[in-house]
Design a protein around this ligand. Structure first.
Ligand code: 6GU
Length: 249
């Protein structure tokens, strides 16, 4: 997977590439990430990339010419890439969308800045728009890094454990189960006994219950969207009966 990040602040993106799984993925040539400085495509002595909005109002707008030149240049270099504008108005970024993007040969991530991007860029050069949540950032750079991170770890061969990506939060519509490591007793708090039992059937059941419980308590709306298996329904019913007994005593 080849990522190109188009930004007026390439210095923001570069340090992020030097750590952990992203660094290893680059070293192993599973991904490449190049930042493209939009300012390099701006004309004039001051290489201006913004201008006042037509119609007045506060804030500045990203000028179309340098951005268009930067995008066209990058698209020529990586013709199979999908071009994404990072904007709070985009499609919400989710684990499902991360999976879809991880199958593409390349992504060109265009980081908006200022109050907005000239609309004609969106009309002519952008394949899709993505937002990383309902809040406003000062620019798309953090969003681009979020996408590089979430997509990279889904590329086959990137994560250590064979199936570590599948068992995680959101992969099956649930939050992931609780984790424990040594010591067995920490500040008076003990590791659940079943996890020490070596009984993998019991452990799997405990993990499913932990997963369901955490989702119910922390993100109940996820359960409404998820088609529940028979086993999951049985677990929820069991809890329902236990709660009923508690409130009737
Ligand atoms: Cl992609 N860009 C900006 N500027 N703000 C955001 C965002 C993107 N996603 C959420 N907020």
């Amino acid at each position: 997977m080849n990522f190109s990040v188009l930004t007026i602040f390439p210095e923001m993106v570069d340090p992020f590439l030097g750590y952990g799984i992203i660094r290893r993925a680059i070293e192993q040539k599973k991904i490449s990430v190049s930042s493209v400085n939009i300012r390099d495509f701006a004309k004039g002595r001051h290489r201006v990339t913004d201008d006042k909005p037509y119609g007045g109002g506060c804030g500045m707008v990203m000028k179309p010419e340098p951005l268009s030149a930067a995008i066209t240049h990058t698209q020529k270099n990586t013709p199979d890439s999908h071009t994404i504008l990072l904007t709070p108005q985009g499609r919400p970024f989710t684990q499902d969308l991360a999976h879809d993007l991880s199958t593409l040969p390349g992504l060109i991530l265009v980081c908006g800045r200022y109050e907005g991007t000239d609309e004609r860029i969106c009309h002519s050069l952008i394949d899709s728009e993505i937002s990383i949540g309902d809040y406003v950032l000062t620019g798309g750079e953090l969003a681009a890094m979020v996408i590089v991170d979430a997509v990279t770890r889904l590329i086959p061969g990137i994560l250590g454990g064979e199936d570590s990506a599948e068992k995680e939060s959101f992969e099956n519509g649930l939050l992931e189960h609780a984790h424990f490591t040594r010591p067995q007793m920490f500040e008076g708090d003990e590791v659940p006994e079943v996890l020490l039992s070596g009984n993998h059937k019991e452990i799997d059941l405990w993990r499913l219950e932990s997963s369901l419980m955490r989702t119910l308590l922390k993100r109940p709306e996820l359960l409404e969207e998820k088609p529940l298996s028979r086993q999951e329904k049985e677990i929820l019913k069991k809890w329902g009966r236990q709660i009923e007994t508690l409130i009737h005593v």
